[in-house]
Design a binder for this molecule. Structure first.
Ligand code: HH2
Length: 256
């Protein structure tokens, strides 16, 4: 899953693709590099990020989505707002990636009303404060229970199991130690396909001492670990390089 951030303030590429033409050409490049899904975002969820309004989010997303109608791969939209979900699904998106796991009122209904896929992610707290000393008694147990409940609610709302993937939400109200525990035991989190989003994240900065633009090697190393632990979708900024990691891993597993 290749990330396209149409924002001024995303943590690793804020401002680079705010212009619709730049976002469209980046999206096409990621598709050409071998992305199986694109994930468009119109609001940063980095720690401390300021929320945007619904009209502002749509103003960023819709022109890009409209210009990607001819793409052969599915386009996901990273949003927590039901109004945005409805509008982007009507405009051709085929997946909703929600860092709040459809917990906003009417989000379940917005997704259930169509045949789209959905990613349900765990987050502790809200982006503005989530990295202020996050605490868990047992991070694995808490995230697993949250995802199980989110899936139950989605299914109860009429969203078929084959439309759902889950994500532990690396870095969303989690320390580097929490992230490592979740990564080590990733396969225990759910029987549903698991999405892992670790690309360029601050845990890698903490481990390597590198600033955000020098975290490619760290991102590739951790992508391989996530694959080994059962991740089915890797949410990444560097598609071409991650494709090579997947090719090596598949050859090693003799599945290519
Ligand atoms: N991480 C980010 C945003 N959305 N969605 C899922 N499912 N999993 C993730 O790990 C995840 C996500 C943060 O990365 P990015 O989009 O690059 O940054 P920002 O939120 O600052 O735009």
């Amino acid at each position: 899953m290749g990330v396209v951030n149409i924002t001024p303030d995303s943590f690793s590429d804020g401002g680079r693709f705010l212009d619709p033409e730049a976002a469209v050409s980046h999206a096409r490049q990621l598709a050409a590099e071998g992305a199986d899904i694109l994930d468009l975002g119109g609001e940063s969820t980095r720690p401390g990020a300021a929320p945007v309004s619904e009209p502002q989010e749509l103003e960023r997303l819709l022109p890009v989505l409209q210009r990607l109608q001819d793409l052969k791969i599915p386009v996901s939209v990273d949003t927590r707002r039901p109004g945005v979900m409805k509008a982007v699904l009507a405009a051709g998106a085929s997946m909703i990636n929600d860092v709040q796991a459809l917990t906003e009122p009417y989000a379940l209904e917005a997704v259930a009303a169509t045949g789209c896929a959905v990613c349900l992610m765990h987050m502790k707290g809200q982006p503005a404060i989530m990295q202020q000393e996050p605490r868990y008694d047992d991070v694995l147990r808490e995230v697993r229970a949250f995802l199980k409940e989110a899936v139950r609610k989605a299914r109860f709302a009429g969203i078929g199991q084959d439309r759902i993937v889950v994500d532990p939400g690396f870095g969303f109200g989690k320390t580097a130690a929490h992230n490592m525990t979740l990564l080590r035991r990733l396969s225990e989190l759910s029987d549903l396909p698991i999405v892992a989003g670790l690309s360029r994240k601050s845990t890698l900065g903490k481990i390597t001492g590198r600033p955000v633009h020098e975290r490619l090697a760290g991102s590739l190393a951790i992508a391989l670990l996530a694959l080994e632990r059962g991740a089915k979708i890797l949410r990444v900024h560097d598609v071409k390089e991650t494709r090579d990691v997947i090719a090596v891993w598949q050859a090693y597993k003799n599945e290519s």
